[in-house]
Design a protein around this ligand. Sequence first.
Ligand code: ATR
Length: 307
Amino acid sequence: MDNFVHINANTRYCGLLGYPVRHSASPSFQNAALSFLHLNWRYLAMEVHPKSLFHAIEGAKSMGFIGLNLTVPHKETGFKLANKVNPTAQILGAINTICFEGLNKDGEWLPIRNWKNDSPVEVRSVGYNTDSDAIPASLKENFGFVSAQKSILILGAGGAGRVAALRLSAEGAKKIYIINRTVQKAENLAEEIHSHYPGTEVILQYPDPSEKVDLILNATSLGLKSSDPIPLDINQFSMRQAKYAFDMIYRPAETPFLTMARQSGCQIANGINMLLYQGAASLELWTGLPAPIEIMRKALIENIYHN
Ligand code: ATR
């Protein structure tokens, strides 16, 4: 942090809006990156009640913020409030990143970082979903895994499971099995996949015992608490049927789900890289520069596992 350009009247801001937000590791690794890049910027975390989201985004717009991250529970409302949304986020109906853009006198919308001495005529918010980008990036880094033509079992059809299922289908997955406690949510998700990605077969039950899957992915919240049960029915599916096991949870670093998978011979990984890559992609959108991944990774791991 010693590289930080001191806060002065030229300091620009980005930030995270969530409710709650105090647990977030994002300020630690985003500020490490800003410092490394010698930008006179800061990344702040702000607890914003859902009732105030509109005013918070408009306030950030008025105050010359470069951009925002949105976390639970703001991703869907943020999508509705954004002035423009990129095509990936359009399908997901949820955003976790906003870039502010300013209109110049020639009618062009340019990133707010480009305004140094003058002010734009008007500012708009453009929404992105970098959570979605982080899924293939993590699977690639952790396992060298590419989804095209693969069979994948996804546990959970909530916010995270839905983004994973849609993104992995977009990447060309051959078969996606989806299991969710509330069956209706899995059925709705299957409908969405059919309509956007008809090349992906969706099956709403466990694979047959004779069948193998390339990847099993936990996108439920089971495993966050030590008292949680394993997120799958081991009478219906054996981890030996899977090659790779990924848990979106990163704290604890190894959930009982991952322990069981490891003991069954799967290669395993937790969700820490998803947190890293969604943040890195947001930073790249705001700065227009390549994210210093290793600097961010070091700060993130320090914050999550050594604090
Ligand atoms: P997130 O945004 O993290 O995905 P979410 O949308 O609340 O959060 O989704 C949580 C997921 O964990 C859902 O798949 C949820 O199942 P339901 O859709 O049936 O709620 C799953 N989950 C949470 N608690 C569970 C439990 N006790 N047993 C089984 N699944 C559970």
